[in-house]
Structures are given as C-alpha cells and as structure tokens.
Design a binder for this molecule. Structure first.
Ligand SMILES: NC(=O)c1ccc[n+]([C@@H]2O[C@H](COP(=O)([O-])OP(=O)(O)OC[C@H]3O[C@@H](n4cnc5c(N)ncnc54)[C@H](OP(=O)(O)O)[C@@H]3O)[C@@H](O)[C@H]2O)c1
Length: 339
C-alpha cells in the first residue's frame, strides 16, 4: 500500500454510479420506507466455513445493482453469529460510506445461546440479543429488527413491548415479525399500533410451492398496512434448474443437509420442476426468474428476499425484473403443474 500526502491509495470499493438505474422500489405497507423489489439474505454462504471473498463480492454485486436491503439474523452462520461478524467486517471495509443508503435487518427468536434467556420471545432475550448483533456488525442501529418466530408462552404484549422499547432506544428504526400466522399477526399489529410503533413488515416463507400466506395472512397485512418480504422464494434452490440433472456437489442440498436434504428432492418433485422450467423457457426466463416474478406480480409483496451462493446467481435472479407480467394462460399452466 503506498501513501501519497498521507492519503492511502489502497483501492477501496466504489459503488457503481448506475446502481439506481434499473431497480424498482416498493413502499413497505403504509410506511415511508421503500424496499428494493429484490433483497439479499445472508442465511447461507456468509458463515465462517464459507469463502469470505465470495461473500464480499455478493454484497458488492447486490449493491451495485440497487439491492439496498441486506437481511441477517443473530443465528445465521455457521456458527451462530458468524454471518453478522462477517457482515461487520465487510461493512467496515466497503460499505461504511454507504450506511445511509442501506437497510440492514436482524432478528432474534430462535435458539441463540444456552440457558433460559437465549431463545423465544422474552424482553430479556430480544434486547440483549440485539445488543450482541449490533456489536458483531459494528453498527449503532439496525434499520429493521424482527421477532423471528412466535413464542407460544411469552405474552405477546411483552414481546411487542420489547420491540417498541428497542425503537425508542434508537437501536432499530423499524420493527417486524416473521413466521407469525394471520391471527397472531393481527394481534401483534394491534398491540404495536397501540404502543405507537407500527409493525413495518412481515417476513413469511412464500414461493410457488409454499402458499400458506394466501390463506389469510396477505389480507391481514394489506388491511393493517404492513409490508411483506417473501423468504426462500426459490424454495432454497429447488425452483431453479440446478437439480434437473442430478445433485451438483456445490449445491445447498449436498452441502447443507440440515435445512435442505437430497431426499426431499425426489422424482415427483423434479418432474414438476421440469414442467415449470418449460413454462419459464417459453416466457423467455430462467425458472429462478419466473419464480421471483411470480411473487412480484402481487403488489402486496414489497420485496422478494433471495439467497445466492455466487454473484452469477444473483445477476440471473435480477433479470426477473425485466418481465413481471403473467397472462391468464400462463398462470393456469403454472397452477396445473402445482396442484
Ligand atoms: N425469517 C425466517 O425464518 C427465514 C428463514 C429462511 C430464510 N430467511 C431469509 O431469506 C433469505 C433467502 O432464503 P433462501 O436462501 O432459502 O432463498 P432462496 O432464494 O429460496 O434460495 C437461495 C439458494 O438458491 C440457489 N440459487 C439462488 N439463485 C439462483 C439462481 N439464479 N439459479 C440457480 N440457483 C440459485 C442457491 O443455492 P445453492 O447454494 O445450491 O447454489 C441459493 O443459495 C435468507 O438468506 C434469509 O435472509 C428467513
């Protein structure tokens, strides 16, 4: 590294000036916040066992294309906390000058540390977990803090009270919930409204093969003015062409084995994926692109939260935005395969 007049000439990341040219931003429910139609999640590929430079390139590639939202959680890794630590290192190296252009989220709700205070939905867990997350990421605040899953045993008033408190502390700008049912969401949204901290967003799993949100949740979100960000839109990679000719060594099903197992991807499933792939091709899209576009055709979906193991995948997925239109015939063909 050479120095000229005391100024380091080491090359630092310069985000592309064209980064906002193509991305569309949707309003998150009835809030003031706009989110990109595609956001990037750090659940996989950002742990200590993953390639750090690859993770770094993924974040740069995303931001250069207008993906302003990165989604994390306390337990993303492996090991737990590693994705936040790696993100913190990358943030410090590359993204600090862009903090005000970024929406960074984290969550607590699943098991994180031993003992009675590192899981579920107590005020004790949520507040201390966010403090740890901020430390790992080297941030003063997150933009969105989520309760990661409903807790059947903690009074919802306590959990929502903790979220409200976190916002008043200035440690999160907005709060959200994840994996809450339609009824639980309605209850949570009402409590948060009373507290004066509206529920910004819900993060449910939603994709062509997992449709539970259509059974009431999306209606509740619309009525309550809450945004929706769909996670695992590609069903962890199943809704792509990657498993059509077997199991690639570097795929999640082979490498992970915990959240996605090769046994889940049987002949019957592959036959459906093949038919979907054919429909996608006829639309001039890859299957991943069609799966993302299929979600974004519904304006109640604020953003589609993808994962990626390589920048090329992200670039492929981003092309979904070139065609979000579906003819009635197209939709019928898709339903016929999925039924
Ligand atoms: N709130 C919750 O409880 C919860 C739960 C799960 C996830 N999430 C969030 O949602 C995010 C996304 O979840 P996810 O990773 O399951 O999403 P996903 O988009 O359904 O799956 C991502 C995986 O699909 C493959 N892929 C992605 N783009 C591809 C393309 N264009 N062509 C071929 N393959 C492609 C890659 O798998 P390979 O590794 O096989 O290459 C990638 O890792 C997470 O990072 C997290 O932020 C939240």
């Amino acid at each position: 590294m050479s120095k000229l007049f005391g100024v380091s000439s080491k090359k630092t990341y310069q985000a592309k000036e064209t980064r906002y040219d193509k991305m569309n931003y949707r309003r998150c429910g009835k809030s003031g916040l706009l989110l990109p139609e595609i956001s990037l999640g750090l659940w996989h590929n950002f742990g200590f066992t993953d390639n750090f430079e690859n993770a770094r390139n993924l974040l740069k590639c995303a931001f250069d294309k207008g993906i302003t939202h990165f989604d994390l959680a306390n337990n993303y890794g492996p090991p737990y906390g590693a994705a936040e630590s790696n993100f913190g290192t990358i943030f410090k190296k590359d993204f600090k000058p862009y903090r005000d252009e970024l929406i960074i989220s984290s969550k607590a709700g699943w098991d994180m540390w031993s003992g009675p205070y590192g899981n579920f939905g107590s005020r004790k867990y949520l507040i201390s977990s966010l403090d740890q997350s901020l430390q790992r990421m080297g941030l003063d605040y997150v933009d969105i803090f989520y309760h990661h899953r409903p807790d059947p045993e903690t009074p919802m008033e306590e959990t929502m009270g903790a979220l409200d408190h976190i916002v008043r502390q200035g440690k999160a700008l907005y709060v959200g919930i994840s994996q809450y049912s339609a009824d639980e969401t309605l209850k949570a949204a009402k409590i948060l409204k009373q507290l004066g901290t509206p529920c910004l967003i819900h993060q449910p799993r939603y994709n062509m093969m997992d449709r539970w949100v259509e059974n009431g949740l999306l209606d509740v979100l619309e009525n309550e003015g809450v945004g929706a960000i769909a996670f695992s839109p590609l069903q962890q990679g199943i809704l792509t062409d990657k498993y059509l000719a077997g199991f690639p060594e570097d795929s999640r099903a082979v490498k992970d084995g915990r959240y996605l197992k090769t046994e889940q991807i049987d002949k019957k499933l592959i036959s459906k994926v093949k038919q979907l792939n054919k429909i996608a091709k006829a639309r001039g899209q890859s299957l991943a692109q069609m799966a993302i576009a299929w979600l974004l055709k519904d304006q109640r979906i604020t953003s589609v939260l993808v994962g990626a193991s390589k920048s090329e995948q992200l670039l492929d997925s981003l092309k979904a935005l070139d065609n979000l239109e579906f003819s009635a015939e197209n939709l019928e063909q898709i339903e016929a395969v999925l039924k």
